[in-house]
Design a protein around this ligand. Sequence first.
Ligand SMILES: O=C(CO)[C@@H](O)[C@H](O)COP(=O)(O)O
Length: 214
Amino acid sequence: MLKCDFARLADEVDLLDAAGAKALHWDVMDGHFVPNLSYGAMVIADLRERTDAVFDAHLMVSEPGKYLDEYLKAGCDLITVHVEAEDFSVDLLNRMRDADVAAGICLNPETPAERVRDLEGRFDLCLVMSVNPGFGGQSYLPGSSEKIAAVAASSGAAIVGVDGGIGPDTIGPAAAAGASYFVCGSSVFNREDYAAAVKDLGAAATGPGSGAVR
Ligand SMILES: O=C(CO)[C@@H](O)[C@H](O)COP(=O)(O)O
């Protein structure tokens, strides 16, 4: 929810719900961890009741621990924090799970896949950034599929997701590498018909994790 029309945010949520999107990914940016600002927990909370889709808050912020309770209260089903965040710790993941919220970790492109090894069993989803976070509309970075495969090999039962530059040409390789959760911005919002976009992307996303949340 970064490439959407913010003047019509509630309508965009309704359209995605009708289009069959299984999850809405809220790109929370603090202008410090990433060079962009977006929105926060109040916006997410006010839209929560419009859909039963998974609400996934991706906290691209330097100190997620300071704000985590707000996102837990906002009705998120999944919260993802960066392992590169200043206050990242397993305690953040435990706080999510204690609140019955799925615990997500995210790796920036420069962070090696091996970073997940000592966290196995502590998270429910690992999101691999396939662009440098901050902006939508970027290209899928070379080497992202190989990284997805390496993360999948070290993530135990957790879901592996991918975020950035995911479209008809990249979703297949990402799925084949082991991703089963796909954050799609431009490849949905740049199309008139969101339902067709969701359907086409789902059809192109076949891989070892087929059947998991898309
Ligand atoms: O988190 C981010 C960017 O920081 C992503 O969620 C993008 O917003 C995805 O947009 P596209 O790359 O699909 O246009």
